[in-house]
Design a protein around this ligand. Structure first.
Ligand code: GAL
Length: 330
C-alpha cells in the first residue's frame, strides 16, 4: 500500500512537472494566438527570419485591421529565445509603388543582412490583384528594424515570381527561392554581392510548388514546399539533394497527407545550431483568409533522420535556443 502511495505520488509529481513545463514561459503553442510584448497577436505572416548579432528578427506580413487599406505593411519583431517577441515596428508601410490598383499585394517579405554594404535588404512578392505581375519588390534600410525604402521591382532572372522564400547557407551566401508558374517549378537563385538583385540560378526544381523553403542539415539540403491551393492547406512535401544545385530526389509528404500539414503552409525551415543539438523548425502559416490578421502559426521541430524529414503532430513544445534542445508536450 505504502509503495503504491509513494508510486502514485511520484507519478503526480511527474505529471505536475510536465504540465508546469508545457505551461511555462518557453513554450511554443502551435495554432494558438501568439502574443507580442504588447499583448497583441504577432503580425508576421508568410514571414522570414534573420539571426543578427545574437538576436532573431522575425519579419512578415502585417495584416492588422487598423492598417490603412491603401498601404501594405511589413512588421518586425525581435527575440533572443524565439518564443518571446518584442514588436519593433512596421518597417515598411508602402503605398502602391507601381500603380497596380486598389487590390495590389505585397506578400512573404524576407530580409537579408549584407555584411559588405552594411545594408539590410528586404524582398517581397509584389503583385496586382489578379497575381499577373509576378515580380519581387526590393527595399533597403541602414537599420535592421527600418524603415525600409522602396527601391524597385523586377522579375528575378526574368522569370515570373510569386511566393518567395529565403535561404542563407552556412557560408553566409544568400539565396532567394521563387515560384515560377510558366516553367512549372521553382528556382533557388543566388543574390548579387550587394543583394540588390538576383544574380544566378543555382537550381531549378521541376515541381509546381510554392511556399518554398530550404535548409542545410547533416550534410544534405532539404527543400520543402506546398502545392498550389491558395489559402487552403494541402499536403506539403520535401526533397533532398547533396548540393544546392541538385540532383534533387522525388518529393515526399512531410506529414500524413490526410492532415493537410495540420492546416499549415510552409514558409521557412529555420536551423538552430545549438551547443548540444541542431534543431530544424518548420515555420508554417495557418491562414484565415477571411480574417488574415488572425492567421496563426504552426512551428514545430522537425524529425530528420537519414535523409527523411517528418513533421510531428502539432502540440506544445519547449525550445532552448542555446543548446538547440527541444521537449515536446504530451
Ligand atoms: C497562396 C500563397 C500565399 C498567398 C495566397 C493567395 O498560395 O502561398 O502567399 O499568395 O496563395 O491566395
Amino acid at each position: 500500500m505504502r509503495k503504491l502511495l509513494v508510486g502514485s505520488m511520484g507519478l503526480v509529481a511527474l505529471l505536475c512537472a510536465a504540465s508546469a513545463l508545457f505551461a511555462g514561459p518557453q513554450v511554443v503553442a502551435p495554432g494558438e494566438p501568439w502574443l507580442d510584448d504588447r499583448g497583441q497577436q504577432i503580425q508576421a505572416h508568410g514571414g522570414g527570419m534573420l539571426l543578427w548579432k545574437g538576436t532573431y528578427y522575425w519579419f512578415g506580413e502585417d495584416r492588422s485591421p487598423s492598417n490603412s487599406p491603401d498601404k501594405r505593411y511589413v512588421a518586425c519583431y525581435s527575440s533572443k529565445d524565439l518564443v518571446h517577441w518584442k514588436f519593433r515596428r512596421q518597417v515598411l508601410a508602402l503605398t502602391d509603388p507601381e500603380h497596380l490598383g486598389p487590390h495590389w499585394i505585397l506578400e512573404r517579405p524576407k530580409v537579408f543582412a549584407n555584411a559588405r554594404t552594411g545594408k539590410f535588404v528586404l524582398y517581397a512578392h509584389l503583385d496586382d490583384g489578379s497575381y499577373k505581375l509576378a515580380r519581387v519588390a526590393v527595399a533597403v534600410s541602414d537599420r535592421i528594424d527600418g524603415e525600409y525604402r522602396y527601391l524597385r521591382s523586377f522579375r528575378p532572372l526574368d522569370e515570373e515570381s510569386r511566393d518567395i522564400g529565403q535561404f542563407i547557407d552556412d557560408d553566409g551566401a544568400a539565396y532567394l527561392i521563387f515560384e515560377s508558374r510558366p516553367t512549372k517549378g521553382f528556382f533557388i537563385a543566388k543574390l548579387s554581392d550587394d543583394y540588390l538583385s538576383v544574380e544566378k540560378k543555382v537550381s531549378f526544381i521541376q515541381a509546381p510548388l510554392e511556399g518554398g523553403a530550404v535548409v542545410h542539415y547533416g550534410g544534405l539540403y532539404y527543400v520543402a514546399g506546398s502545392h498550389m491551393t491558395g489559402w487552403r492547406p494541402n499536403p506539403n512535401v520535401y526533397a533532398t539533394a547533396p548540393s544546392l544545385s541538385g540532383p534533387w530526389t522525388e518529393f515526399k509528404d512531410i506529414a500524413p497527407p490526410e492532415t493537410n500539414t495540420y492546416g499549415a503552409q510552409s514558409s521557412m525551415l529555420l536551423k538552430i545550431a545549438g551547443s548540444k543539438k541542431t534543431t530544424v523548425i518548420f515555420m508554417g502559416d495557418i491562414w484565415r483568409p477571411k480574417e488574415l490578421w488572425d492567421s496563426r502559426y504552426l512551428w514545430m521541430p522537425l524529425e530528420i533522420e537519414g535523409g527523411a524529414l517528418h513533421l510531428p503532430p502539432p502540440r506544445k513544445w519547449e525550445l532552448n535556443v542555446k543548446t538547440g534542445e527541444t521537449a515536446l508536450g504530451p
